[in-house]
Write a protein that binds this ligand. Structure first.
Ligand SMILES: Nc1ncnc2c1ncn2[C@@H]1O[C@H](COP(=O)(O)OP(=O)(O)OP(=O)(O)O)[C@@H](O)[C@H]1O
Length: 502
């Protein structure tokens, strides 16, 4: 081959090398294709790419040897054999006839002993990270071929750098995803479920058992009793926890939107469907779909839902293709479904499908013994959210225990949040809870039950309690505390109690 012909061939080869290096994100495939190009377009008979691993040793990433399969487990320590020497010195090694080279180990039986050999270090910045080797034809143009191989090694270095960066990003993303999952599991783990009252212990036991299986669960209970929290806990403690947990509030969507939200729609299915849209059933594939307020779904939609529950099949709105999904269904409602079935407002067959494993959450008023722990937990949660120190006094908790909480834990949480906003210091006491307006909602008969001799009351709380029981008439409150009107007036001033006029 003439020199001019070689340069032309090498230009063509470089163009092809550029193409293969940018084609795939899988480094080993890319390097394998690269060696093939060097053979097909640049007259290299055999070739190999080795890259340094985390131990600093060279392992083989790709080998070209014609039609025979490559052995892949061979490794070279720095300084070992020819490639080890190239890695260690960081210098190219050119040999006219490889059989004459004493460091040639021939462990792979790859090279032709009669042919020349070119070995080029692959450099990233100033560090050799691997070695590219090849055997060209014996045409006396070894110097030109070496320059060409140096160019190729530089391109390989950039490809390796990019692959490493992508791998690093992938690892970061995986770490981040795992961290988020752990956090989610932490948020929805059993530790964040407060309740020691017997009906709650039964609920926890049921949740622990159903979490393991794919059973359809129906969670019942008044608004704010923690139905969504339970649904989350079931998912994040189930074998599906590394897949999606998707929530849909069925009462919040009109019928037509509910259908396209859950089943998705094809482009042009209705005006406004400007592109294809995957529904929540598809997104929840291999995960859990939580249908909240299931008691409120319209009859036509009930039939469609029944079909997915029975067959796991559905079509997108405006679509003809039947899609199959594997989704665990958890539903929740505060509606009396049995009455709805009797009134023919809820399909009986659907009711049985959903009610495989019912879990009923007790209202807060039936487990007032849980209020102290819940209040402490919720105040701690608020303190974290507002990034401040906060604690709640027993006197405040006692007041909370006298209310009947129709809005359950959510109402308690809101009340404490208002108290935290009104509280200038770190301590939520009874008077701050009073400022939230809670006391007015408590029937007076029970308001008077507070024991003014309770040793847990501090002085301020005792005076406020007496004033409240005396409808803020100071003389009356003084009598309740066995004080003179002057004494109570002095205390009101000293304790900075704001007088209320009723
Ligand atoms: N046992 C509990 N321990 C700690 N926090 C709870 C508990 N139960 C409920 N909560 C909290 O109370 C709030 C209301 O709970 P959730 O939204 O789960 O109620 P829900 O029954 O789904 O209400 P709705 O029927 O109105 O949708 C949430 O902030 C939740 O974290």
């Amino acid at each position: 081959m003439t020199r001019a012909a070689l340069i032309e061939a090498e230009l063509e080869a470089l163009f092809r090398v550029g193409q293969v290096l940018s084609r795939s994100l899988k480094l080993q495939d890319t390097l394998q294709s690269l060696l093939q190009v060097l053979h097909d377009y640049a007259g290299m008979q055999h070739g190999m790419v080795t890259l340094r691993d985390h131990k600093g040793e060279l392992s083989i990433s790709a080998v070209y040897r014609g039609d025979r399969q490559a052995p892949s487990k061979v490794r070279y320590r720095p300084g070992e054999g020819i490639v080890g020497t190239i890695l260690q010195t960081g210098q190219p090694l050119i040999i006219e006839r490889i059989a004459d080279e004493p460091r040639f180990l021939d462990r792979l039986s790859l090279y032709d002993p009669k042919l020349p050999f070119i070995g080029i270090p692959i450099h990233l910045a100033d560090t050799a990270i691997g070695v590219l080797t090849a055997q060209p034809n014996n045409d006396g143009l070894l110097k030109d071929r070496t320059r060409f191989m140096e160019m190729v090694a530089q391109l390989v270095a950039q490809t390796v750098r990019l692959a490493n960066e992508i791998e690093e990003q992938r690892r970061d993303l995986t770490d981040e995803r795992d961290r988020l999952r752990r956090a989610m599991r932490g948020n929805y783990g059993f530790n964040n479920f407060i309740g020691h009252a017997p009906p709650m212990i039964r609920v926890f036991e049921l949740v622990r058992q159903v979490a393991k299986w794919n059973t359809t669960v129906l969670i019942r209970g008044e608004s704010g009793t923690g139905k969504e929290l339970i649904a989350n806990a079931i998912h994040y403690n189930s074998p599906r926890n590394s897949n999606e947990f998707i929530k849909v509030n069925c009462a919040a969507l009109p019928e037509n939107l509910l259908e396209s939200e859950l089943f998705g729609h094809e482009k042009g299915a209705f005006s406004g469907a400007i592109s294809q849209h995957k529904g929540r059933f598809e997104r929840a594939h291999e995960g859990t779909l939580f249908l909240d307020e299931i008691g409120d779904i319209p009859p036509a939609f009930q039939a469609k839902l029944l079909r997915v529950l029975q067959e796991g099949e559905f079509e997108r709105v405006g679509g003809r293709r039947t899609l199959k999904v594997d989704v665990r269904i958890i539903t929740a409602t505060n509606v009396d479904l049995e009455t709805q079935v009797e009134k023919n407002k809820f399909r009986e067959d659907l009711y049985y499908r959903l009610n495989v494993m019912p879990i009923t959450l007790p209202p807060l008023r039936e487990r007032t013994e849980d209020i102290p722990e819940l209040a402490q937990f919720l105040v701690h949660k608020l303190a974290k959210k507002q990034n401040r120190k906060l604690q709640i006094k027993d006197s405040a908790i006692r007041l909370l225990m006298r209310y009947n909480w129709p809005g359950n834990v959510r109402e308690l949480e809101n009340c404490l949040e208002r108290a935290a906003i009104l509280c200038e210091g770190e301590v939520i006491d009874r008077s701050i809870i009073c400022l939230t307006g809670l006391e007015e909602k408590i029937p007076q008969a029970s308001a008077q039950k507070i024991d003014l001799n309770d040793p847990n009351l501090d002085e301020r709380e005792r005076v406020i309690a007496a004033l409240e029981q005396a409808a803020w008439v100071q003389a009356k409150a003084a009598r309740l505390l066995n004080m003179t009107p002057r004494q109570i007036a002095y205390r009101i001033q000293r304790l900075k109690i704001e007088l209320q006029h009723i």
